[in-house]
Design a protein around this ligand. Structure first.
Ligand code: AMP
Ligand code: MG
Length: 428
């Protein structure tokens, strides 16, 4: 079905589902250093090559003892330090000084913390001393058992996991120093518009600084992807053709801003009659209505090796491009990256908050208003971040959440409950 045949607006959820179900995850794998693996996507399940902890060890600084001896005076026969195992065997009436993480000496079954012990010097031997335990421990107390954290051979991380710093720590704890991941997606970025000036250039009336490209570049850098910046392209079909043709040769996806509304200079229609296919265009959302999704299809000369490259055409207005990037492009790129997303769905945590201000809303489009959420004596409260026009980036920069108003919702009165989605690491 040609869902972009007419000017009908596609419901937001339909657009998102379309993107998530059509983009195939990348398959190529590569092995990289653990230290480089933050935010990369696991290509293989990780199993524990060893148990963690690997041996019974002390959870406290204190003394390793035999429970049955604890009421009497114990002779301290040596020490077990982290990294320095005590090699003897504890006999009746003996104790070993132990530090956190040290191996429990043979013969010991319990650790008493040093706070519960009184030291008594041995006057006949300056080298040794005795301890008296003034608070009887429980059998096995303060011992971290081998394998209690991770059993050897158990599954640690599943295929498709986006690796967090904690995952990296977890793998390091197992001695793993390299990981198999999916190769990074290659993303081409460009902005279009004859009015665009590079920041740093002298301002000219009638022009506007290109804010979208630096912003999107920074946002894309939040993800483990390879970015190539194709710069500003003027509203000139021939130049656009050359840049798109170049970008799609390299990229798995091209992200552009501008030129997707209905203005005279809009390039999308012209370009895509030659270079690919628009899958849908115009979404029932605010901001972000003139969003286009499609594919760029490269026919090699032999016509056999057809390369597919996705196209995300973001609206030119900075707030629209930020919101559509976050709500539609990020899920698409995560899918492309090979990340396992729950049942093909992409869900955000919704917080129910009371709005402190009335919110203007016309039925017909889902609205992602920019808000500021705070907790007032434990109650979620939200206020507008300022002007809601799609050109007003200053209000979005102040915001920490979206106020998500459903498609058919009308105006919201002050004091009503609304749905709020907190900004996550992909947008902040
Ligand atoms: P367009 O989608 O090309 O019609 O652009 C819509 C509005 O967004 C116009 O006011 C443009 O000047 C503005 N705009 C387009 N591209 C950018 C950009 N890269 N940075 C800031 N504003 C932009
Ligand atoms: Mg334009």
């Amino acid at each position: 079905v040609d869902i972009c045949a007419d000017s009908k607006l596609i419901p937001f959820e339909e657009a998102l589902t379309y993107i998530l179900t059509n983009i195939e995850p990348l398959q190529q794998k590569e092995t990289i250093d653990l230290a480089q693996s933050l935010d990369r996507i696991l290509a293989e399940t990780v199993f524990a090559p060893i148990a963690v902890p690997n041996y019974d060890n002390s959870a406290m600084d204190g003394y390793a003892v035999r429970m049955q001896d604890c009421s009497g005076m114990l002779r301290v026969i040596g020490s077990a330090l982290a990294g320095h195992t005590f090699n003897g065997v504890l006999a009746s009436g003996e104790a070993v000084l132990i530090t956190t993480g040290a191996v429990i000496p043979q013969g010991a079954d319990t650790v008493v913390m040093k706070e519960n012990v009184v030291t008594v010097n041995d006057n006949s031997n300056a080298e040794s001393h005795f301890i008296q335990i003034n608070h009887l421990p429980k059998l096995g107390e303060h011992i971290r058992r081998a394998g209690e954290d991770i059993a050897k051979g158990s599954q640690i991380l599943p295929v498709g996991k986006r690796l967090s710093a904690l995952d990296i720590g977890l793998m390091a704890s197992l001695g793993i120093d390299c990981v198999n991941v999916i190769r990074q997606p290659r993303i081409a970025l460009l902005t279009t518009g004859d009015e665009l000036l590079l920041p740093g250039m002298t301002f000219e009336s009638g022009k506007i600084y290109d804010s979208n490209r630096p912003m999107l570049n920074a946002l894309l850098n939040r993800m483990a992807i390879e970015i190539r910046d194709f710069g500003i392209v003027s509203d000139d079909p021939e130049k656009l053709f050359i840049v798109f043709n170049d970008a799609m040769t390299w990229a798995d996806a091209v992200i552009s801003t501008g030129g997707v509304s209905v203005g005279e200079a809009d390039f999308t229609k012209t370009i895509f009659t030659k270079l690919g296919k628009i899958e849908f265009w115009k979404i029932a959302m605010k901001p972000g209505k003139p969003f286009a999704f499609g594919r760029l299809i490269k026919n090699n000369s032999d016509n056999k090796n057809v390369k597919n490259c996705w196209f995300f055409g973001l609206p030119g207005n900075p707030v629209s491009s930020a919101v559509t990037y976050h709500q539609l492009v990020v899920p698409g790129l995560r899918r492309l990256s090979g990340e396992a997303l729950d049942e093909n769905k992409f869900t955000h945590t919704i917080i129910h908050a009371r709005t402190q201000v009335a919110l203007k809303k016309q039925p017909g489009r889902i609205d992602f208003q920019r808000g500021i959420l705070h907790f007032d004596q434990g109650n979620a409260t939200v206020t507008s971040a300022g002007l809601q026009s799609s050109g007003v980036l200053s209000a979005m920069a102040k915001a920490n959440c979206y106020i998500k108003l459903d498609k058919e919702q009308g105006n919201v009165a002050e004091g009503e409950m609304v749905k709020v989605i907190l900004f996550d690491g992909f947008i902040q």
